[in-house]
Design a protein around this ligand. Structure first.
Ligand SMILES: [Zn+2]
Length: 339
């Protein structure tokens, strides 16, 4: 049977961990003879009201490194759960989940879109403010990249599976963070926060600034550029905009949710190895062995930081009114050039 190395690794890990981990198949991505499961693996507290951290990868199949980093992080966390007593006790209070291969057929065929030609990150029922003509999403043809799908149609199987799983995880949680792993833009690793649909500030700017501040203080030499996604480009149909806005509508005011995207700066890899531009997956992945291995371990500190941040909300997420005002001002100044 045809499969993917990433899925084999996930299945091996599920077998090895047995009942100490919760695993499920959210849906199957299918096309002709291909049928790949979309797995979710969950560690830690089963209390719906526990703080939650989620990692997602492989939404854009061509950006395979995102799925691979997600699997690498999951594997490291899995090993730590076996012997690290500090983590074991942290996981009594929080939950960490992984959905590493949202678009497995896209990974298999090295396509950005799903098997029906839809760009999943343009597929949510969200309209952006004047995004770029093609890149921002269009409804012209599934043969062209960045296709949103038919207006009014339900979201694609892969998008629905991921959206529902994340919504179920964050519904009753007081604090939730998700990190979606992508590659292909710029020379630097960026941590993008909402919105993708508009350059206007999103409601949780103070909390986002507070998290950035915590990251800067804890790891002053980190290499992430934290910024709103729309500063790079605006799009229609971003799944995280959709999940965030739906959560805002239904959740309690005290329930906080911050969706982040890690956009790995793939131009660094191309700059060091210009020939790879001639391969379809070249612009989006580190192809040299040593660079690939370096990328797989590059974000371990970020995962550990996010686990600690979710487990210790008093350090950044529980702000009083005054603090919130102060962070809002600083965030406006830093990211929007206004006070
Ligand atoms: Zn992407």
């Amino acid at each position: 049977m045809t499969t993917l190395p990433e899925i084999q690794q996930i299945e091996k890990r599920i077998r090895d961990l047995g009942t100490t981990v919760k695993s499920e198949v959210l849906a199957y991505s299918e096309d002709k003879a291909l049928r790949f499961p979309i797995y979710k693996i969950t560690f830690g507290s089963e209390d719906p009201q526990a703080p939650v951290l989620g990692f997602v990868g492989g939404v854009h199949g061509l950006e395979r490194i995102g799925a691979q980093v997600c699997v690498a992080l999951m594997n490291s966390l899995a090993e730590l759960t076996v012997w690290d007593q500090t983590l074991q006790s942290t996981l009594k209070n929080i939950r960490v989940f992984f959905i590493p291969t949202v678009n497995p057929i896209g990974i298999y065929r090295k396509t950005r879109s799903n098997p029906r030609g839809v760009d999943l990150m343009r597929n949510a029922p969200v309209d952006g403010d004047q995004p770029a003509r093609w890149v921002g999403g269009h409804r012209v043809s599934s043969r062209l990249p960045w296709y949103r799908g038919v207006e009014g149609a339900p979201m694609e199987v892969e998008a629905q599976a991921m959206v529902k799983a994340v919504q179920d995880e964050i519904r009753h949680s007081p604090l939730a963070l998700t990190l979606d792993l992508h590659s292909g833009f710029g020379f630097q690793d960026r941590l993008w926060f909402p919105y993708a649909k508009t350059v206007k500030p999103f409601p949780d700017l103070p909390m986002t600034y507070s998290l950035k501040n915590l990251l800067d203080r804890t790891y002053p030499h980190h290499f992430y550029r934290v910024e709103p996604q729309a500063q790079s480009y605006t799009t229609h149909g971003d799944l995280w905009d959709y999940i965030y806005d739906e959560h805002l509508k239904t959740a309690d005011r005290q329930q906080k949710y911050l969706p982040l995207c890690l956009e790995m700066g793939s131009w660094m890899w191309v700059k060091k190895n210009p020939w790879q531009i001639f391969r379809s997956d070249g612009p989006f992945n580190p192809l040299k062995g040593h660079r690939h291995r370096r990328t797989l371990r590059r974000h371990n500190t970020l995962m550990e930081f996010l686990i600690r941040a979710v487990a210790s909300p008093q350090a950044w997420a529980n702000m009083n009114g005054e603090q919130e005002k102060e962070w809002a001002l600083k965030a406006q100044e830093l990211w929007y050039g206004t006070k």
